[in-house]
Every structure is written in C-alpha cells, then in structure tokens.
Design a protein around this ligand. Structure first.
Ligand code: C2E
Ligand code: CA
Ligand code: CA
Length: 448
C-alpha cells in the first residue's frame, strides 16, 4: 500500500487527505468546515539562500505551529513543497469573517515564531480559506481545496492582506480571464478590434487640433467590449503588446492614407501599456512603422500613464528618449490620478500632461459645478505646466461650464464628451472635413 504519511512533516499525503475530507464533508453536522490553504512566500528563496536543511526545519516548525494553534483540525496534508492544507471545524457561533480574522492572527504568530527561530528576515504566509457549510455537502473535497487555493493566489497578489476568504465571484473572474486571453489571438485575426478617435479641441480658436486613438472590441454578435473590461486581463498575459501594435498600425495607415489623398491631417495620440517597459520592442516597432508608412513624426504622439513613470522611472525615461529621438511627442496621461510625484515633471522630458478626468468627475455629479478645491488644484497644475513649458490638456470635459473655466485658467486644449465621444474612423474623417467652427452643437449629438 502506498505510504499514507508525508515523511518530512508527518502530515497526511494529499490523496489520503482528500479521502478523509470527503468523508468529513458527508458526515458534517451542525457546524461548518474551513479549508485553510497556506504557503510561505519566497520559500524557494529561503531554500536557495539558507539551504534545504534549514528549509525543511522551517517547514516542520510551520506544521508544528499549525497543529498547536488550530486545535479543531479534522485533517491536514502537505500538498507539495511548502503548500499546506488544513481542514478544521468551525462552530456556529463564529462568523466566516471572524474565522478569517483568527487565521490572520494565527499567521502573524507563526510568522514571528519562524522568523525568530530560523531566519533574520521577515517572512510572510499567504493563506486562502474556503468554507463549507451543511448546504454545500455535495461539494467534493478537491473542489473545496482548489477554491481555497484560488483565494491563496489572490492573497499572494495583494500587498497587505495575507489571508483571503474564497468567494464564488473569484471563479467568474478567472473564467473571464481565460476566456479573454484565449480569444484574443482569434479576435485580432478576425479584425474584431476597431480604432475609435476622440477629438482634441483648442478652445480659443475653437479648432480641432488632434485626436486620441481608443480601441474597441466588437464581438461577432455585435456587442462592444470596452477597454477597461479586457485590457487589464491581456496586460497580465502580455498580449496587450500585440493589441497596441495593431492600434499603432491602424493609426499609421489612416494618416498615410489621408496624406496620400491630399486631405487635411491632425496628430493622433496612441496609448502605451505599462507592459512595453519590460520589452522595449516598441521602439523598433514604431521605427519600422515610420519606415513603412513614411509619415512625418509630428502626426503621431504617445501617451504614457503617470503610473508608468512612477513604476520604473529609469526605463520610462529611456522609452521617452527613444521616442523623442524619432521626433514624436510624448504625454503623461492620467496626470494627478495617482500618487503623482510632481518632481517627475522636472526629471522627464514630457511635452504634454493630460489632467485626469477625476478632477471633473465630482463636477458632473453636481450639475456641472466644479468643487472649489478641484478648481484650485487644476489651476495650480496648469500654471506649473506652463512655467515648465509643458502643454496641458484636460480630459473628461463634459459641460460648457467646465470647458469655459478651463479656458479661463489657460487650459485651452480639451477633450471630452462635451465636444465628442470617441467616434469611428469615418465619423472622424467627417469631423476633420467639417472643421470645425460649429463643432459644439453638432458634435454633442454624435453619440457612439
Ligand atoms: P484613457 O487613456 O485615460 O482614455 C480616456 C478614457 O476616457 C476613454 O475611455 C474615453 O472614452 C473616456 N472619456 C473621454 N471623454 C470622456 C468624458 O467626457 N467623460 C468620461 N466619463 N469619460 C470620457 P475608454 O475608451 O473606455 O478607455 C479606457 C482606458 O483604456 C484608456 O484610458 C486607456 O488607458 C485604455 N486604452 C484604450 N485604448 C487603448 C489602447 O489602444 N492601448 C492601451 N494600452 N490602452 C488603451
Ligand atoms: Ca490616454
Ligand atoms: Ca487619461
């Protein structure tokens, strides 16, 4: 018969644990079962730095501590490496979140003991918890453990929270991610992505001075998926690079076509995902596009979000310099939305800042009136940009009041629904051709 116990820790082997847990679930009575799935962060690093012997000792002590503290253990196993799963009884007087808090405290205690006895550095445990109640008695042990494991993976991604309760929505999230990442290559091949253009207006001369390219995903059934609903997923998988390249190519093609036809052209800005920072192939790709389409560099601009500059200022600087070397302009997108570090502006050769739409959001909620504090902040930022000889643009302008206030304080380049929603390429061509004195009333009707 196969060995039932794990030699290193004395716990059950995982297969034996699942058999026991299935039994426990089926005979569960007036209590719940909590599955606690834990691993030690950077355990591999500990093994590599301190040696396997120390790693093994640490793991044994970890299991001792778990045994000491969780006195209602029904069964426990080492799944593999440093992944330990424990099933305990939860009495009815304890709520799920109280149970989570207990495990959180347990983790703090174990972390301290382990650090004091074995290491001179901080050590973190990541834990996911799934809870089975009498109503879920049809749930099998393997699914319950995999739910807890999924919560653990999310715990790992969080900065502060090392202990996460499973929630059925998490499965939906993962399903969605798999669905999106697996359908992206086909969607690109089937031309399901479309580039929309949102005009940028210079308010003094009431003139169209450029546009931002924004991607839209139109599924075969006609449904539109907006970027915020799929870009975060394809950023994780790195696929956003292909999508960005697609958008850049479409924009180059569009500008080249207009130039060739002798039609008027305005500069179009494109978005740069943070993922490019780690690859840098973007500079070669853009150089190749300029060679292929032979358009003057002033017709394409690049928008990098403020957070990209903060994540890795050095790489961002390289990217900006590389783009500048081609003669294209670069702007800092979403300025003021995060932990903006104002001194970034003096370190980075930025051409434009795009003031984030959060400053105007509150105003839209209160019938167009801007909050006094937001007004002060915006006007200071515009002033500062001016002194640094950086152009400022405000995005998310939705009302005439906002627009005239911004113009008054010297922010004359604006973008937002007040002028136009993002529109299709052919609508945008009409927009350019009708340029532009009577844009206001007409364009408000151009709703996507
Ligand atoms: P963003 O770069 O900040 O783009 C501006 C967003 O604000 C767009 O949302 C635009 O439709 C929306 N917007 C414009 N005017 C107004 C307004 O007056 N009021 C309000 N409430 N919203 C307004 P969208 O198109 O849904 O894009 C969302 C985000 O997705 C973009 O934010 C950008 O970060 C990203 N994104 C869009 N297209 C691309 C792309 O081709 N590549 C990459 N990497 N990211 C993209
Ligand atoms: Ca943008
Ligand atoms: Ca923005």
């Amino acid at each position: 018969m196969a060995e039932m116990k794990d030699i290193l820790t004395g716990l059950d082997r995982y297969e034996a644990f699942l058999v026991k847990l299935d039994k426990e679930i089926s005979r569960m009575d007036d209590y719940r079962i909590g599955i606690i799935y834990t691993d030690i962060k950077h355990f591999k690093y500990i093994n590599d730095t301190y040696g396997y012997q120390r790693g093994d000792m640490l793991l044994r002590e970890f299991v001792n501590q778990v045994n000491d503290i969780d006195n209602k253990i029904l069964c426990a196993a080492r799944v593999y490496s440093d992944n330990i799963v424990v099933a305990t009884r939860i009495e009815n007087d304890l709520s799920n979140s109280e149970f989570r808090d207990i495990i959180y405290e347990r983790n703090m205690i174990i972390e301290n003991v382990l650090r004091e006895s074995y290491l001179d550095r901080k050590l973190t445990l990541n834990t996911g918890i799934s809870i089975i109640s009498k109503d879920d008695r049809r749930l099998d042990a393997a699914t319950a453990v995999s739910n807890a494991n999924l919560a653990r993976k999310l715990a790992k991604e969080m900065k502060d929270d090392c202990c996460v309760l499973f929630d059925a929505k998490m499965v939906e999230g993962i399903k969605k991610e798999v669905e999106i990442t697996s359908s992206l290559p086909i969607a690109l091949e089937n031309s399901e992505f479309k580039v929309y253009y949102q005009p940028k207006i210079e308010t003094k001369a009431r003139k169209l001075i450029g546009a931002e390219a924004l991607v839209r995903w139109q599924k075969p059934d006609g449904r539109f998926v907006m970027p915020n609903d799929f870009i975060p997923f394809i950023e994780q998988s790195g696929q956003v690079v292909d999508l960005d390249y697609f958008v850049y190519r479409e924009v180059f093609k569009f500008i080249a076509k207009r130039i060739e036809n002798g039609e008027p052209v305005v500069p179009v800005s494109v978005n740069v995902s943070r993922v490019h920072l780690n690859r840098m192939g973007i500079l070669d790709y853009v150089t190749a596009l300029f060679e292929e389409y032979k358009i003057p560099p002033q017709y394409v601009e690049f928008e990098l979000t403020e957070s990209i500059y903060i994540d890795d200022t050095e790489k961002a600087l390289k990217l900006v310099e590389g783009l500048h070397a081609m003669g294209v302009k670069v702007s800092m997108d979403d300025f003021g939305s995060g932990y903006s570090s104002l001194n970034l502006l003096s370190d980075l050769p930025i051409d434009t800042i795009k003031l984030d739409k959060v400053f105007l959001k509150e105003a839209s909620a209160s019938e167009g009136r801007m909050k006094e504090n937001d007004k002060i902040i915006i006007s200071c930022m515009v002033d500062m940009a001016k002194r640094l000889q950086i152009t400022s643009l405000c995005e998310g302008v939705e009302t005439p009041e906002q627009s005239s206030y911004l113009s008054e304080i010297g922010c004359e380049i604006q973008q937002g629904y007040y002028f136009s929603r993002p529109i299709t390429q052919s609508e945008f061509e009409d927009f350019i051709d009708n340029n532009i004195n009577s844009y206001q009333e007409e364009q408000k009707l151009m709703v996507m």
